[in-house]
Design a protein around this ligand. Structure first.
Ligand code: BTN
Length: 290
């Protein structure tokens, strides 16, 4: 009897470890997103796959989700670790009627959707580091990779790629990455230790996190379509891990230090350099001074 109990619990845990289109659809109340779901066991990159679908004329709102990516891509051509069943590796296809410059808002909006999606499903509050990082305390738990296909001054489609570390333990990260990256599991365990609770039995389901993000991303997308960009910016400010902080800006023109003061409606970060000069950053990288 005892053995049977253990086995059945194990089975429940294992079953929960796999994603499926049905698990993602169950209870999801979106009108545009995830009407079509492409679920893959292993793929080079969900963003690359999504681009092929978009080029072949798929409906907007189509999503691609994989258990594992072999060539997961991050910003600036970096490799994105996407181990089997350890995280959310997802791409969403949009076909908005906007210009390429206006499309910057997708990364800003997707960051908001990820923070709210994680918060609503796990209760964990993450923060946004401009332009595309999601942080837990001061380590990266997720990132957004937005890619565009343009024709003239119009956007043909936008691919929003979302990567979130969910089930990794410290041992799943190399020594180097461990210093900068974390997962929802690692964070939760650290809280359990500090609040003295030995076990939290509620499992983190990646399908719930995906649903949470899709729900919030649809809110964001409606704001983009209706040109209500202020709504997105207000939420971004609320969850920003950067505003008001002293930062170092690393751009192709060199490095400088200053304070992150604001974010513009087009997604540019407004920084006041230590010499008093104001900058509006379109791209680049920042590090927050601790
Ligand atoms: C970054 O922080 O540099 C962005 C990381 C984005 C990773 C996601 S995982 C799903 C999608 N497919 C990819 O190849 N990349 C994005």
């Amino acid at each position: 009897m005892k053995g049977l109990k253990i086995n059945s619990r194990k089975q429940v845990l294992n079953l929960d470890n796999f994603l499926s289109p049905n698990k993602i659809r169950e209870g999801l109340k979106t009108d545009i997103l995830a009407k079509e779901i492409h679920y893959l066991n292993k793929i080079d990159s969900t963003n690359t796959y999504a681009k092929e679908l978009a080029a072949a004329g798929c409906d907007e709102g189509t999503i691609v989700v994989a258990e594992e990516q072999t060539k997961g891509r991050g910003r600036l051509g970096r490799f994105w670790n996407s181990d089997n069943r350890k995280g959310v590796w997802m791409s969403i296809i949009f076909k908005p009627d906007i210009t390429p410059t206006e499309a910057n808002i997708f990364t800003i909006g997707a960051s908001v959707a990820v923070v709210l999606g994680i918060k609503n499903t796990t209760g964990i509050l993450s923060g946004i580091k401009w332009p595309n990082d999601i942080l837990l305390v001061d380590k990266k738990v997720g990132g957004i990779l937005t890619e565009l296909k343009c024709e003239g001054n119009f956007v043909k489609y936008v691919i929003v790629g979302v990567g979130i570390n969910v089930n990794q333990g410290e041992e799943d990260f190399s020594k180097d990455i461990r210093k900068k990256a974390t997962s929802i599991k690692i964070y939760r365990e650290s809280i359990e230790i500090s609040d003295g609770k030995s076990e939290r039995n509620n499992i983190i389901r990646r399908s719930d996190i995906i649903k949470g993000i899709l729900t919030e991303m649809e809110v964001v997308y409606n704001s983009i379509i209706n040109k209500e960009i202020n709504d997105i910016i207000d939420k971004w400010k609320k969850y920003s891990a950067v505003l008001g902080k002293d930062i170092t800006v690393i751009s192709n023109k060199g490095e400088f230090t200053g304070k992150a003061e604001d974010i513009a409606l087009d997604g540019r970060l407004i920084v006041k350099g230590t010499d008093g000069t104001k900058y509006a950053l379109v791209s680049g990288e920042i590090s927050i001074k601790l």
